[in-house]
Ligand binder design. Structure first.
Ligand code: OAD
Length: 249
């Protein structure tokens, strides 16, 4: 009989990485596989600076569709379980998400880093205008222009070929270093992510290097499966509440 890992407890430090799978049961499509968002949308056309230069109206149509879908979705039991874990662990907890849908924040998560930006912010494609809150949709021609430089506005999403925000990366790195120094039990948990997009896919390795137990909660084995010590295979709305339920004070 195989035994699972020791349950989480109030002294555990927990770094959680989520991907599209955690929002799947809120009705939002994941990216890869049949019915995925990338099926029928070549990634470079809708999620790269080149694609935006070629056809900004197509890009805005894609992100308008995603804004509409996310606006109509509700956080699920998986999002809520993560917000409750944060409430229990306080500064011992950090949630890093690749999702741009805003559902973690709506579920109450505050110790939250959005690695790939947000559907709910817009920025300038040309100048350093500060990104601003924006829930307009659909955005269609004539496309909105920057009030400062006249360049086209674009979604504040990190596209393929673009660098992640240094400040976000530094905060995640800081959490990893603090966890390594603290000497407490440290658990890294990846949820609903296929482990193919870097640097997010590398966090499991970074956490292992500083002594974390590495846990996976996913519907199926991800690309970086071999890096995990423990696997909970199943839907996030079942697995995350179970991990919370098993937690000890
Ligand atoms: P993917 O679509 O690549 O992977 C989703 C993962 O979630 C898969 O491994 C599924 O098996 C799993 N899954 C699906 N439903 C689930 C459920 N109910 N419970 C648990 N797991 C479930 O999405 P990501 O890994 O998030 O980047 O993709 C990473 C990045 O690639 C995205 O942020 C996006 C994309 O291109 C950008 O747009 C920059």
């Amino acid at each position: 009989m195989s035994t699972g890992p020791r349950p989480l407890d109030a002294r555990t430090r927990l770094l959680v990485l989520t991907g599209a799978g955690v929002s799947a049961e809120s009705g939002l499509a994941t990216f890869r596989g049949a019915g995925g968002l990338w099926e029928g949308h070549p990634v470079e056309a809708v999620a790269s600076p080149d694609g935006f230069r070629r056809d900004p109206a197509l890009v805005w149509r894609f992100y308008s569709m995603r804004r509409a879908a996310a606006a109509g979705a509700e956080p699920n039991a998986g999002h809520r379980a993560l917000a409750t874990l944060e409430a229990r662990l306080g500064e011992r907890f950090l949630l890093v998400t690749q999702n741009v849908d805003g559902l973690h924040a709506r579920a109450g998560s505050r110790r939250l880093e959005e690695l790939h930006g947000s559907l709910w912010r817009t920025r300038c494609s040309r100048c350093e205008l500060a990104p601003f809150a924006d829930d307009r949709h659909p955005v269609q021609p004539p496309l909105p222009e920057c009030p400062r430089c006249g360049g086209l506005l674009r979604p504040d999403i990190v596209w393929f070929g673009e660098a992640l925000d240094d400040a976000v990366l530094a905060r995640v790195g800081g959490f990893l270093r603090t966890a390594a120094r603290a000497g407490d039990r440290f658990v890294f948990l990846a949820v609903g992510t296929s482990g193919v997009v870097w640097p997010a896919a590398g966090y499991v390795h970074a956490a292992r290097e500083v002594g974390a137990e590495t846990w996976l909660a996913n519907l199926e084995a991800p690309e970086n499966d071999e890096a995990f010590d423990h696997r909970f295979i199943g839907p996030a709305t079942r697995v995350l509440p179970e991990l919370l339920e098993a937690m000890r004070d």
